[in-house]
Design a protein around this ligand. Sequence first.
Ligand code: HEM
Length: 138
Amino acid sequence: MLIVKSLHIWMVVSWFAGLFYLPRIFVNLAMVPAESVAERERLLLMAGKLYKFMTPLAVLAIVLGLWLWFGYGFSGGWLHAKTTLVGLLAVYHWHCGRLLTEFKNGRCSKSHVWFRFYNELPVLVLLAVVFLVVLKPF
Ligand code: HEM
């Protein structure tokens, strides 16, 4: 069980590296002047590669979590609250993919300020999930 949990935490941390950095690239993309085509292409390339890299990490983090849940008999309200929050993270991940497509098509009109707030959402979810899984308050 400890090997599965170690792999779970490893994949969770790796997934979060992408969840923290991709929206930061979106902040920069939203600030790129229209005439800076080379900079925009470079940021789009980085964002595309990062999204492709972080998607299997998300799947592995969730699969290993489910393995812990169903393979080792964990239970409790904390786990339901946690998986609900993880469901939100998965929607956030998917929405980042939508935003990336909008940027690629030149159709993203959201400001860099909007993306700065958007960037903080995974931070808050991580805080809540870590407290839930370590403290198991209910
Ligand atoms: C559907 C997805 C997930 C499920 C079913 C799940 C389930 C679990 C379970 C059953 C444990 C073992 C708890 C224990 O040993 O006390 C665990 C550990 C952990 N999970 Fe998840 N998890 C999921 C996703 C995540 C995500 C997305 C995060 C981060 C935001 C996360 C963070 C952690 C941490 C930090 C631990 C170690 C806690 C400890 O050792 O006390 N998990 N997870």
